[in-house]
Write a new protein. Structure first.
Lengths: 284, 288
């Protein structure tokens, strides 16, 4: 039943068939959308009418391909830039939080740590509505008192970034903490006894040690932001992110261009996952 | 080790101030605001007054609390199913197959996880629809003559919920199984234990921390999910998040939506708290 133990042929065959079935189930939707992105048909379904790249490049009235669709390209760009800002902000704050909770002792630490973990068990929809309520209340208050209309306090690009940051930082903190637990504290103490300030010790000793985890966390935060919809849907202003744009298209006007976009997402993610495999392998 | 006190403080504040800003402004205040809003109702003069009306509305309308109960029951059911499906896979990847195979299969696991829910839910719509890939395939090979009605049913709902959540069960279980010493299993086997005994008396108890983490994450994702119920579920498979969504973005009754949101938060944290108590685990372990 494990590598080192013999087991019956039937047991092994059944187990393998189950694993095969599981992975078929896992990959089926991704394969289906990818294949249909190249089907020469105006509908998102079989039969197979032959190969075409229309849903990527065509710009005729009947077929509006991905690279001709301004709206779609804009929402991809919005998602990319949102993801970038969310990743920067949450990597920064999440890393600081990891250092704070691992290396410092202070009052109410337990309570703060609990709050920092809370986004793990708060449904994304709830984060979305509570941030929307708070931002709107703050915005109304500022408008009444000072007559200012602040964009950040209305559903907008920046509010989406803040909303996604609120939970992405937790994941960054956990990833960086996991690496920090393997850190040999005597290295930092050595730096301190060699007259480095504490800040220098963190900057020159701890942070370089954490670098792989910080880079990994940055990528994770970006992906969390790029695929998020539960929180984003309540905070979105006039510029939709890619998932929001796709969501409204799925509900109201599906054409195979949706498959073309999905295929591109699957392609990019697959390249990332394979890169991840090889970089992990080159390290012990 | 002696350090100048003020310098120590500077670093400490550099760490704690951004973290406090994050937790106070993005977590504490919004949830306080959610709770307060849920007790406010607009009266006939257009003023906001404190009242239980939003909660009374929830308990007096059958559709609301029925959806609430259904959401809770389905979420628990999907969590159980996810465990049954995912556990053998986690075991296979850590203990049965070669490390090289496992690394390759891990890539296949990561892809749907990273692609995001929207794309995969859309993929299931394409597969399960009346003109979808599965029906087309079954009709071509002649198993059925009429398309099966799979999309917009509870079946497609459960498929969608399972698909987007089950990988979050595989990964934490794998990380606990990795530390399980193979010789424990070998010893049990040498002493004549059956496979069933080994599974139920050694492997499952040992991986309980991973199972609890996985179950909490899966449950949380499922109960708070919006896309799968909305796009794959039928008209009869209402999900509680859809009620919240409707209050906020369709009827614009934000205070009622806040009450629903707070009830969902109570439900999910209540069940998670219970799971942690029963299994004796700590929330700190869930994320790792």
């Amino acid at each position: 039943m494990i590598r080192s133990l013999p087991s019956s042929t039937l047991y092994r065959a059944t187990y393998r068939a189950y694993v095969l079935l599981f992975f078929a189930f896992l990959l089926m939707p991704l394969v289906a959308i990818s294949v249909l992105a190249f089907n020469d048909s105006d509908f998102i379904s079989l039969p197979w009418n032959g190969f075409t790249l229309d849903w990527f490049f065509s710009a005729t009235d009947e077929r509006y391909g991905l690279f001709a669709d301004e709206e779609l390209l804009t929402s991809i760009y919005t998602s990319l830039s949102t993801g970038f800002f969310v990743a920067v902000l949450s990597t920064l704050v999440g890393t600081l939080a990891a250092l704070l909770f691992e290396e410092e002792q202070f009052r109410l630490k337990g309570l703060l740590y609990f709050l920092a973990l809370a986004p793990l068990v708060i449904p994304g929809v709830i984060l979305g509505i509570s941030i929307l309520l708070t931002a709107t209340a703050a915005g109304n208050h500022i408008e009444e008192s000072f007559g200012l209309d602040v964009e950040l306090f209305r559903p907008s690009y920046w509010l989406v970034i803040l909303g996604q940051f609120s939970f992405a930082a937790t994941y960054v903190m956990l990833l960086v903490t996991a690496r920090l637990k393997k850190f040999d504290r005597t290295l930092e103490e050595a730096a301190l006894s060699l007259k480095a300030t504490r800040l220098e010790a963190i900057g020159y000793v701890t942070i370089p040690f954490l670098r792989p985890a910080i880079i990994g966390a940055f990528v994770v935060a970006f992906i969390l932001s790029f695929s998020n919809i539960n929180t984003t849907i309540f905070l979105i202003g006039s510029d939709p992110t890619l998932p929001i744009d796709l969501y409204s298209r799925i509900r109201f006007s599906s054409t195979p261009v949706l498959n073309a976009v999905s295929f591109m997402v699957v392609l990019v993610i697959s390249v990332l996952a394979i890169t991840n495999l090889f970089t992990n392998r080159s390290k012990p | 080790m002696m350090k100048p006190q003020n310098e120590f403080n500077f670093t400490f504040y550099l760490l704690i101030v951004p973290v406090l800003l994050w937790l106070i402004f993005m977590i504490v205040i919004p949830h306080a605001e959610l709770l307060i809003s849920s007790f406010l109702v607009e009266n006939d003069d257009g003023e906001m007054v404190v009242s239980f009306a939003n909660y009374i509305e929830f308990f007096s309308q059958k559709i609301y609390w029925l959806t609430f109960v259904k959401t809770a029951a389905y979420s628990i059911g999907v969590t159980l199913l996810a465990f049954i499906i995912a556990f053998p896979i986690a075991f296979y990847l850590t203990k049965v197959t070669t490390r090289k195979n496992a690394a390759f299969l891990m890539v296949l696991l990561l892809i749907p996880l990273w692609v995001g829910e929207l794309v995969t839910v859309y993929g299931w719509m394409v597969l399960l629809g009346d003109n979808g890939v599965i029906n087309h395939f079954l009709m071509t090979i002649g198993i059925i003559n009429e398309p099966l009605n799979m999309l917009y049913t509870n079946f497609s709902l459960v498929i969608g919920l399972l698909y987007m959540s089950m990988l979050f069960m595989v990964i934490p279980v794998m990380s606990t199984l990795q530390s399980l010493d193979d010789s424990l299993i070998e010893a049990a086997c040498d002493l004549g234990a059956s496979k069933w005994d080994i599974f139920t008396k050694i492997i499952i108890p040992y991986s309980m921390p991973g199972i609890t983490s996985g179950a909490i994450i899966v449950f949380m994702l499922v109960i708070g999910d919006y896309l799968a119920p909305n796009l794959l579920g039928g008209k009869n498979s209402l999900w509680f998040t859809e009620q919240i969504y409707n209050s906020f973005l369709q009827t614009f009754n934000w205070n009622e939506g806040a009450a629903f949101g707070f009830l969902l938060l109570l439900l999910s944290s209540g069940i998670i708290w219970l799971a942690l108590k029963v299994s004796g685990q700590k929330l700190e372990k869930v994320g790792t």
